[in-house]
Write a protein that binds this ligand. Sequence first.
Ligand SMILES: [Zn+2]
Length: 532
Amino acid sequence: MNLVLKSTCIYDSTGAEPFGGYIELEGDKIKAVTKGETKKYEDNANYQVMDCGDRTVTAGLCDSHIHLFLGSMNAATVNVFYTATEEEAAERIYDFYKDRDDEWAIAFGWSHYRWPDEKLPRKESLDRFFPDQPVIAFNDELHAVWVNSKTLQLCGIDKNTPDPAGGTIQRDESGEPTGFLLEQPAMEMVTKQALQVSPQKEEELIETFMKVAHSRGVTSVGAVHVLKIMKHEACKRLEDKDRLKIRVFFAPHMEMETAQLVELKKSYNSDKLKFIGAKGFLDGTPLGYTGYLVEEYADRPGFVSEPLVSREWLKERCRELYENGIAMRLHACGDGAVRMALDAFENARKACGEKDVRNTIEHIEVLHKDDVKRFAETKTIASIQPCHILMESLESHPIFSMLTEERIKLAWPGKTLAENGAKVVFGTDYPIVDLDPIDTIYRAVKRRMEDDRPQDGWNPQEKFTIGEAIVHSTIDPAYMMGMEDKIGSLEAGKLADINVFSKNIFESEEDIPSVKTDLTVFNGEIVYNNLR
Ligand SMILES: [Zn+2]
């Protein structure tokens, strides 16, 4: 019996307007898409028709930028983003772990910018609750961890431990570590132990994540490394057991040997689990003064910050990977880093000739006006996280003191890039931001802050339409993954990945936040059903 979805609002991501009709599934594929009324499926024992009313039906959503394993950990542990003080955060972590017997207490999401005086957290507040159990709590940006004394002791970090290159062990006046470790090299000193789990546990965690994704209509993810963690082997084990119910397109770190990357490309190339390139970091973020800019920060004369790798190294690395058919996904927040990436991509094309290598720049928080057209020219994909514009209010947004008025017009751009021919893909950066495609669409369409202002949106010229937001969450990411012939739109012959929203999402932009997902189909199988 074939499943048939009926709706008055099908949005197929092919460029057509929403229409009423039917989508017939057979096995793992879409067999037919019928526009308008048909009697074919009525009272016919060969079909099971699900009437979705006026709920918008789209292709399964793709979140182009997540951190799969830390995201899975986040889904299975505790997130303390909404806490008013350090003490409250410590207590929330304790409440979660007090009746469990985990070896490590792991938490996510704290932000000292939300606490009084923006003071950095210290080990003592955790020691009160956790005298004997090691604790590691990641901040909301995954750029720092807060740990207790037990963790420092277990990982051998004390007064005499030097700071690793590129990382900081925060210390008090006497040189004792305070329990705050900044940036990846310092974080790795504790994550290596804290995140060590059994293969079975890895699989369970990823399955927990899949459930969250399904409840939000997400059927594909672009999984990029952070802290050099990828866990593609765990995904492979799940795939072999037919338990991988989400498509994982992964990008491990770019420092890996080229031969290793080539091997990954060869051995991970199924419709469900695929290597799509190497991920690297070119800078931090302007809000932390670590974003590498073309022109000085307005409030720090002469200071542009610096890139994490040299221009020459990047050029050569990029050329070598391009030659081997391997794409890069480069984190570049400042316009200086964005330009470095564009230069490297352009150079590779010139040196090796035209190849189908789909390079991507991640985040693009500040864009220089001279580089707007270069995305299309170099066929570079722009990976945007619409929720990253979020601050409590526009008044509290630190970017206004950092950039001149002229440059702020191209802060967190998106629409400008799309209008100038770039392929634009949306993501959340989960667990840095919640895995919530509805919020992604809302912020892309409205560009409002947490206080839901300004009414007309910040830099309104960068606002997308709802239809565009869905395209950037479906078929454009499918292109990025090299899967545009198989997923990303509702067309006969494609794999049946489908998302059904809880209402007609096109009816009112103001109502977008109340939309949920009611039904998710992955590879022809219903994996989430709230359509009752
Ligand atoms: Zn990220």
